[in-house]
Design a protein around this ligand. Structure first.
Ligand code: 4AD
Ligand code: MG
Length: 460
């Protein structure tokens, strides 16, 4: 790294933990003022350059000839500070900086929206371009970063090949008709590609051919859904992790999901202790206990049919759902999923073997001819965070299903995979942003994405 750039907050903390920081050591730092207060003789600036979650306290006093100037530095100002380390092991902040001088690098005007008071998440969403400087969003984004790295680490350590599936595609992978169309000229919508182009809803169909060539693969990228669902868990653009494994069935798929989730949760707990402590005290009390419990406990596996029976029993016992009409074949609503994971299991649960009518066309038909080899992973407060399945490998069955739904055209290549050395294979999709909600305790998907896209919301 260039010698010219100043020391970072992160480096100071790392040196402190390594016991390399010494009393009186002179440092120059550049960063932003988070808060500034003084009592007339001593002043304190909460300072951060963004390289570490924790702020560093700058202390100035009447001994500084510029005391008055320093005390007028506004929140948000970019500064360069020259000072000396003062070790304060008995304090909440284990070291601080005795200021010798401060240079203003960038003034911050009076109408800066991030003043010291606690802001609502709605307010912060409205100033998405300044939100990265708020504590909560700063912590969310650091965990988001660590989580992305954890995902690659898990797969790379196990020999999975990372595949870049396309964003622009001609198929609706889930067959749910919730696609955004891609057109170059509104007057000639199909001319550019000579096809009905849309944004991908899932990389699955494009990653399956790679699994049938590389055995274990994954794709991890943005996906898009034109669902008009205004909930705290739905976004129009979100990231999805989609592994695909060959010579594997639904059991193997669930084993992979469980091992993968436990690995990345542990990774974040280990790598982001300051951020996770923040969430544990400020956002969801007990989130760390919750996650540590998840690490210790095997995930329950329950069939859809058992789930329906439990829900019917709940209704008989007097439980009131908004939709109380529980029958085999219904698509479960979030309240039903949440009942199973929150009240019955009190933790993550796999629901498996759903009725074929309510699941996607590519899922393997079970021997009962009624259900498919699918699994959803449900977690408390959110419901589904993973959807997975064993894929139909039988050419004739898959073709019959595609003909029934009328989506064979354009997907002949997908069908051909079953003819050219097809084998049993499985995979899943994990919603990255929903996972981040689960890990941080954040309650709205809009507060886990840098620039959320939701129906009616595209301000930035
Ligand atoms: O269950 P889904 O639709 O499954 C698929 O797309 C499969 N092709 C995956 C596969 O087998 N490769 O979506 C998977 C996950 C959901 O469980 C959920 O976590 C997330 O994607 N998801 C959303 N997240 C945020 N906003 C939305 N609108 C979402 N829709 C799905
Ligand atoms: Mg699903």
């Amino acid at each position: 790294m260039s010698q010219k750039r100043s020391l970072t907050n992160r480096k100071l903390f790392l040196d402190f933990y390594d016991k390399k920081l010494s009393e009186g050591q002179e440092v120059t730092l550049e960063g932003w003022v988070r808060t500034n207060r003084d009592n007339g003789s001593v002043g304190f600036i909460e300072f951060n350059d963004g390289s570490h979650f924790k702020n560093i306290q700058l202390v100035y006093s009447k001994e500084n000839s510029n005391f008055e100037d320093f005390s007028h530095i506004r929140y948000g100002t970019a500064i360069e500070v020259l000072g000396n380390i003062r070790l304060t092991p008995e304090m909440k902040q284990p070291f601080e900086i005795a200021v010798k001088n401060i240079n203003i690098l960038g003034e911050c005007s009076e109408d800066y929206p991030l003043q010291k008071k606690r802001h609502t998440f709605e307010f912060l969403r409205d100033i998405a371009y300044l939100r990265p400087r708020s504590n909560t969003f700063n912590a969310v984004n650091r965990v988001r970063n660590a989580l992305a790295f954890a995902i690659h680490t898990y797969f790379q350590e196990r020999g999975f090949i990372y595949v870049h599936t396309p964003i622009i595609t001609a198929n609706d992978a889930e067959g749910a008709g919730q696609v955004f169309h891609v057109i170059a000229d509104p007057k000639k919508p199909t001319e550019f590609f000579n096809a009905n182009a849309c944004l991908t809803v899932s990389g699955q169909l494009h990653v399956e051919p790679f699994a049938l060539a590389f055995r274990d693969v994954y794709t991890f990228g943005p996906t898009f859904r034109a669902e008009n669902s205004n909930t705290n868990r739905h976004a129009s653009e979100f990231w999805m992790i989609e592994p695909e494994i060959a010579f594997a069935d639904l059991e193997d798929d669930m084993d992979l999901i469980e091992s993968f989730l436990k690995f990345i949760i542990k990774y974040v707990i280990d790598k982001c202790p300051d951020e996770m402590n923040f969430f544990n005290t400020m956002i969801e009390k007990g989130v760390l206990d919750k996650l540590n419990n998840v690490l210790k406990t095997p995930f329950r596996r329950m069939t859809y049919t058992e789930g329906i029976e439990l829900l019917q029993k709940a209704v008989k016992g007097g439980h009131k759902f908004e939709n109380n009409d529980i029958f085999w074949g219904m698509d479960l609503q979030s309240e039903h999923e949440r009942y199973l994971t929150e009240e019955i299991v009190k933790g993550p649960v796999f629901l498996t073997d759903y009725p074929k009518e309510i699941k996607a066309f590519y899922m393997k038909l079970n021997d009962d001819n009624k259900t498919v080899a699918a699994c959803d992973l449900l977690v408390p407060k959110e419901g589904e965070i993973v959807g997975g399945s064993q894929r139909e490998e039988d050419y004739d069955k898959l073709q019959a299903k595609m003909r029934e739904l009328g989506n064979e055209e354009g997907l002949e290549w997908y069908l051909n995979l079953r003819k050219f050395g097809g084998c049993k294979h499985a995979g899943f999709g994990l919603g990255f942003d929903r996972l981040l909600m689960y890990i941080t305790g954040m309650q709205n998907i809009r507060d886990t994405e840098p620039y959320p896209r939701t129906p009616g919301g595209l301000k930035y």
